[in-house]
Design a protein around this ligand. Structure first.
Ligand code: PLP
Length: 390
């Protein structure tokens, strides 16, 4: 098929929910991918924070291929090895007691919301079911996670939304305290609001929220779908804020390119979800978990330190650009506010120059592969800085 034929078929047969760039990607290796026209692009997007090890990491490919050729799927009515290995690694490395596996970030957040409401129902009875989320947050696109998302623009068309979400201004402890009446059972936060424009929370605010939650038996839920799995320079971003939320959700980078979601819960929540209270046909799929096991095995202290170093390098390079107003984010999760140019124009010009970048609200957003070499990083930054400043 020609590119024009692909575009026509896409338009004819795929629901028109995405604004696609004028590029058909056919293959990738490491931090670079290739378009249909044979042109190579350095990738600072990782499929929106998914390909943590870049494109087609050989160990990841081998684990996934071997598992696909051995046992691609069996229902959750039987035991398998890759999911228990992944669960054990995740729990021992994060300090959580148990995990539930699903297939996406939204599904992980749905699971967390169910755990929080059931914990409260079991202990306090009906009526204590509200969840406070933050203004400008993003938690997914299912009807419930849209309701959880603290942005009015997402609260349209699909009425009725799931009830029971209250929104508090981020970084205002006063607003949080005011929102938490006796009907509230949990508070849900992103340490860095990714889709909201790469906006980090203040450490003091996060600590105050965690303390308040502990004092009032409110569960603190951390949505680490975008910030987790090394993206911010620690396995979980919570480590850098000095808190241990009761529930953490993961997705995106955990699978390294295959769909996965995970809900991690502390000891006191480990038995809240009993038999039949939750489930997922594909959750814990052996092929996906085999890939995720490789992602975690590579994400050791040395790589985490390297992510922090490369994040600092990106910030230093961008701060030298005349057109850059500010650089936000943590580790290799970067937001760039521009003085005069639009993020969409920069994204398009970067693509023309051989670099893929993302946008988030009015900012340019970078989520490069965690394993990117200095050589590719430098080349990408050179393109980005020259596009931004030209
Ligand atoms: C913080 C956060 N939560 C949840 C989601 C939804 O994840 P998914 O698209 O895998 O459902 C996203 C996706 O961007 C996200 O950034």
């Amino acid at each position: 098929m020609t590119f024009e034929e692909i575009k026509a078929l896409d338009q004819a047969r795929i629901m028109n929910t995405y604004g696609r760039s004028n590029l058909c990607v056919v293959k990738g290796s490491g931090s670079c991918c290739t378009g249909m026209d044979g042109k190579t692009y350095i990738d600072f997007t990782t499929g929106i924070g998914v390909n943590s090890l870049g494109f087609c990491d050989p160990d990841w490919v081998k684990a996934v291929s071997d598992q696909a050729a051995t046992l691609q799927h069996i229902s959750n009515l039987y035991y398998t090895t890759p999911d228990v290995q992944l669960a054990d690694t995740l729990c021992s490395r994060t300090g959580y007691a148990k995990v539930f596996f699903g297939n996406s970030g939204a599904e992980a957040n749905e699971g967390a919301i169910k755990v929080a409401r059931k914990y409260s129902f079991d202990k306090y009875g009906a009526g204590r079911d509200r969840i406070v989320t933050l203004v400008n947050s993003f938690h997914g696109r299912t009807v419930t996670t849209l309701a959880a998302t603290g942005q009015d623009v997402f609260h349209n068309f699909f009425f009725p939304f799931t009830e029971g979400f209250v929104y508090a201004e981020a970084n205002s402890f006063e607003a949080l305290e005011k929102a938490c009446d006796d009907k509230v059972c949990a508070v849900m936060i992103e340490f860095v609001q990714g889709e909201g424009g790469v906006v980090p929370l203040d450490e003091a605010y996060v600590k105050a929220v965690a303390k308040f939650c502990a004092e009032h038996d409110l569960l603190l839920i951390a949505d680490e779908v975008q910030t987790g799995i090394g993206r911010t320079g620690t396995l979980l971003a919570s480590e850098q804020f000095g808190v241990h939320p009761d529930i953490t959700t993961l997705a995106k980078g955990l699978g390294g390119g295959l769909p996965i979601g995970a809900v991690l819960v502390d000891e006191r929540l480990e038995n809240v979800m009993g038999a039949s209270s939750h489930g997922s046909t594909f959750g814990g799929n052996p092929v996906v978990c085999a890939g995720a096991n490789v992602v975690l095995s590579k994400l050791d202290d040395a790589l985490l330190a390297d992510i922090r170093r490369k994040g600092d390098k990106i910030r230093a390079a961008l701060n030298k650009c005349k057109e850059v107003e500010s650089v936000t984010g943590l580790g290799m999760m970067i937001g760039i506010a521009l003085k005069t140019k639009t993020a969409a124009d920069v994204r398009e010009a970067c693509m023309q120059a051989g670099l893929l970048v993302l946008t988030a609200k009015t900012k340019v957003r970078l989520l490069p592969p965690l394993t990117i070499s200095d050589e590719d990083l430098d080349k990408g930054l050179e393109i980005l800085c020259s596009v931004v400043d030209q």
